[in-house]
Write a protein that binds this ligand. Structure first.
Ligand code: PLP
Length: 393
């Protein structure tokens, strides 16, 4: 296993040691329900509130705007459905999302359209996956409930101009949600500068544990709960606080922000070297924006001619390189990726290699060696040849 190489950090990146330590510490403390009035409960509650403050500070938000969730999917659902329902109560009849949103946003919006009779506009991106604020604004109507445009795309790594959208939507009085799940590890995220009303994060994308995320929901913007129960978090998110996960999330947020400038610069160097090496292989093209200012340093997405996509990812894995075909976050990844379709990207095969805080120069060397060998062998021998590929290197 030592020479296996993991370049799928956009799907999940390892938790940072500080976050793991915070998780363990909290689990070792006396257990109690954070909503209980007794001393043990209040100690657990203090841990949750400390984590909330850590997250709020990182986002330039008020702690009262932060709601802990089970991850990015729940945060997206809460924002889109919760804000959507509240706005329907005020007479809104229309939603605007980009066509390249994660299914947690896109399918929430489609569900609202199907079940609440809303009209839905899905704004197409440019060929690099960028969502043009002008096109979004053209779609907005007086009865638009909500706009949701992601800060950065999970498949192509394309970065959107959320601040421009926020400024223009605020003056129209239309709430803006942004999914910052992929952006947070390497991009500054500031809810005031962006003028967003709702924002989603997921801890396992920036060095926290799986199973915890954040919904920033600006106070004063009405939200209808998605799940009903004890109303623990601000009345919009019921369920016993997951104090250990929340504490680990708070610590991971702090570490991610402290290390972000260095990490961004390091991943840009590693990613450029990786991309340059991949492009040496015949019939390989890079997708997404060419300008590094418009893409995440962590994502390298390439199209490959003359090989079968599924066979390629399988063969790369057998040879020790773990990457993703499109986005690994939805089950059964074999169908065509909606992001590539929306951006009009045609390819025999496409893979996303994504880097994270544990990625080394050695990983890049290993990835290039495996990728080059596997693509050559698949082209020469077809899918049947990959059974020997475990021997690469
Ligand atoms: N939004 C984006 C952009 C993502 O990339 C993902 C997961 O990859 C999610 C939401 C869902 O996050 P989670 O896995 O925490 O539910």
């Amino acid at each position: 296993m030592t020479d296996r190489c993991y370049l799928d950090h956009a799907a999940s990146t390892p938790p940072r040691p500080e976050a793991v330590a915070a998780l363990r510490r909290r689990l070792d403390e006396p257990a109690a329900n954070a909503s209980a009035a007794h001393a043990a409960g209040q100690a657990v509650r203090t841990a949750v509130e400390e984590a909330r403050e850590q997250v709020a500070e990182a986002l330039n938000a008020h702690p009262g705007d932060i709601v802990f969730t089970s991850g990015g999917t729940e945060a997206d659902n809460l924002a889109v459905k919760g804000l959507g329902w509240a706005r329907i109560e005020d007479g809104a009849r229309h939603l605007v999302v980009s066509a390249v949103e994660h299914p947690a946003v896109l399918d929430s919006a489609r569900w609202l359209a199907a079940h609440e009779g809303l009209e839905l506009t899905e704004v197409a991106p440019d060929p690099d996956g960028r969502v043009d604020p002008d096109r979004v604004l053209e779609a907005v109507r007086d009865d638009t409930a909500l706009v949701s445009v992601m800060a950065a795309n999970n498949v192509l790594g394309t970065v959107n101009d959320v601040a421009e959208l926020g400024r223009r939507l605020r003056s129209r009085g239309v709430p803006l949600h942004t999914d910052a799940v992929q952006a947070f590890a390497t991009q500054p995220v500031d809810v005031e500068a962006w003028q967003v009303d709702a924002l989603s994060l997921s801890a396992h994308k920036f060095g926290g544990p799986q199973g915890v995320g954040v919904a920033y929901l600006r106070r004063g913007v009405p939200v209808v709960p998605v799940a009903h129960g004890g109303g623990q978090d601000r009345g919009v998110r019921s369920g016993t606080f997951a104090a250990a996960l929340d504490a680990a999330c708070g610590v991971a947020v702090e570490r991610a922000v402290a290390e972000r400038p260095g990490l961004g610069a390091r991943l840009a160097r590693l990613g450029d070297r990786l991309a340059a090496g991949l492009l040496q292989v015949d019939g390989v093209r890079r997708n997404g924006p060419a300008d590094p200012g418009h893409r995440l340093p962590s994502h390298v997405h390439v199209a490959i001619d003359g090989v079968d996509g599924e066979a390629l990812v399988f063969a790369l894995d057998r040879a020790g390189l773990m990457v993703s075909a499109g986005s690994a976050c939805h089950a059964g990844a074999s169908e065509r990726d909606h992001v590539l379709d929306a951006a009009g990207i045609e390819a025999d095969a496409a893979v996303r290699l994504s880097l994270g805080w544990t990625t080394t120069e050695g990983d890049v060397d290993r990835a290039l060696e495996v990728f080059t060998t596997v693509v050559e062998r698949l082209r020469r021998d077809g899918a049947g040849g990959f059974l020997e590929l475990e021997e690469v290197g």
